[in-house]
Design a protein around this ligand. Structure first.
Ligand code: FAD
Length: 468
């Protein structure tokens, strides 16, 4: 049956996965409808994720660097923070990008429907408008409904002092003491911002290290640096209760030995992960299977169990990262247009935009060991990098992991300022099947942090002569 609106391809959700898929499908000649419940396009990443967090991290970096220049002979006055102007600036960065997307959609004749969509059948989505429901029918559909923050049953989430990453990015105030529940990327990035703005930050993490996905040696320089700045970092500790009192949030902790303690905070940022929105779009009505966690399984062409329905981005699984969603969006759109395209990326880089940044790609050393890979590694300490020392920083490390049989690079972990930019070179090296000689013999510009990748390869080869 035809709906009130019909399109060859309907994309449900306009995050990085969704808008990429919609634009690509339109560029390939398809008629496209993009359904988005929120007023602006761009999803989590542009509105309440990657972009606003990076704008605030830039502000944090300026504050911290100004502070630290004091030790090198340049002293600035204590920063005066106008939180309203800072918030406006962050919002202006977001609206510039989301407005740009609206223009790009228009230019491609992609019809944007700003309503909540849910499936009513294998070729139909119902959107609930303000007055009446409308139907959108499709030949093919791409589900790009993303994810939302996980909530915990014992936490009073309706108390305004309990916030998630979206609340943290709203920058309502600068609390005196804040507890960040969860030592993952999102929690640590927000901690970086609030610490720079003047909040006393405590991190609590269940595992025995912050950023549990990365190798311990790569995370350690970050841990050591924030240990000196933050009030506390509690590892192997869980929060078992949160009580909303008039004078603060009383939090009960339990360590791995069963010892409990309590403390009271002005704000609690809950950053314990994100859950996919698969179940919320009523995919079952279209025959699409959604697992108990809300993920939608897909094949290597992003196809769900229903051949004309695809899914991409956070809703299909880990890692929940924008660049993965974008890549999958292109694959899905091209398959919709009849191209023979597959998701065959070897690696997906991960980055924590903390200070220092922590980045990794491919196999971590811990994974390689667990998999029984015969590995070799090249580790270059940034204390021997002239460029790093010129930045007043010496804690960084570049570690490359090689397959010992072939000398091919199979993974890397980098910690230090701009590690997120540096990791891209190793992602390319892994995709290209590069080996230690390829990386070691490529002339890198001096003096740059990128040389640390070159030097780490030479460390593995044993050909490094002088450290500069
Ligand atoms: P989303 O961006 O989640 O978009 C889904 C869209 O679908 C949303 O706009 C939603 O409103 C809409 N939608 C959902 N259901 C419906 C429905 N039924 N009807 C209509 N519309 C619907 N990733 C990085 O790679 N780098 C980073 O630096 C980074 N920083 C982050 C910082 C924070 C604070 C957070 C929270 C996340 C960050 N991420 C980052 C993760 C990144 O934001 C996500 O991986 C990415 O947004 C996923 O894209 P997506 O297209 O799958 O879905």
């Amino acid at each position: 049956a035809a709906g009130d609106i019909h399109a060859e391809v309907v994309v449900l959700g306009s995050g990085p996965g969704g808008y990429t898929a919609a634009f690509r499908a339109a560029d390939l000649g398809k008629s496209v409808v993009l359904i988005e419940k929120d007023a602006s396009l761009g999803g989590v990443c542009l509105n309440v994720g990657c972009i606003p967090s990076k704008a605030m991290l830039h502000a944090a970096k300026v504050i911290t660097e100004a502070e630290e220049m004091g030790a090198h002979g340049i002293t600035f006055a204590k920063p005066e923070i106008n939180i309203d102007t800072l918030r406006d600036w962050k919002s202006s960065v977001v609206t510039k990008l989301t407005g740009g997307l609206a223009g790009l959609a228009k230019g491609r004749k992609v019809t944007v429907v700003n309503e909540y969509g849910s499936f009513t059948g294998p070729n139909m989505i119902e959107v609930q408008g303000e007055d009446a429901a409308k139907t959108v029918s499709f030949d093919q559909c791409i589900i790009a409904a993303g994810s939302e923050p996980v909530t915990l049953p014992f936490i009073p989430h309706d108390d305004p002092r309990v916030i998630d990453s979206t609340g943290a990015l709203e920058l309502a105030d600068v609390p005196a003491r804040m507890l960040v529940l969860g030592g993952g990327i999102i929690g640590l990035e927000m901690a970086t911002v609030y610490d720079a703005l003047g909040t006393d930050v405590t991190i609590v993490e269940l595992m025995d290290q912050i950023i549990p996905g990365a190798d311990k040696d790569i995370v350690k320089p970050l841990h050591n640096r924030i240990k000196g700045r933050y009030e506390n970092i509690l590892l192997k500790t869980k929060v078992t209760a949160v009580e909303a009192l008039d004078d603060g949030l009383k939090v009960t902790f339990e360590d791995d030995k069963g010892q409990t303690s309590t403390d009271t905070f002005d704000k609690l940022l809950v950053a314990v992960g994100r859950r996919p929105n698969g179940a919320k779009v009523n995919a079952a009505a279209a025959g699409v299977a959604v697992d108990e966690r809300g993920f939608i399984a897909v094949d290597n062409q992003q196809r769900t169990g229903v051949p004309h329905i695809f899914a991409i981005g956070d809703v299909v699984g880990q890692p929940m990262l924008a660049h993965k969603a974008v890549h999958e969006g292109k694959v899905a759109a091209e398959v919709c247009a009849g191209h023979k395209r597959f998701f065959d990326a070897r690696v997906i880089p991960s980055v924590a935009y903390t200070d220092p940044e922590v980045a990794w790609v491919g196999l971590t050393e811990a994974q390689a060991k667990a998999d029984g890979v015969k590995l070799g590694k090249g580790v270059f300490p940034w204390a021997a990098s002239g460029r790093s020392l010129s930045l007043g920083r010496s804690e960084g490390i570049t570690k490359l992991i090689f397959d010992k049989d072939t000398d091919r690079v199979i993974g890397a972990g980098i910690v230090g300022p701009n590690a997120g930019d540096l990791i891209a070179e190793v992602a390319l090296a892994i995709e290209m099947g590069a080996d230690a000689v390829d990386l070691g013999h490529t002339i890198h510009p001096h003096p740059t942090l990128s040389e640390t990748v070159n030097f780490a390869a030479e460390m593995f080869e044993g050909t490094i002569t002088d450290l500069i």
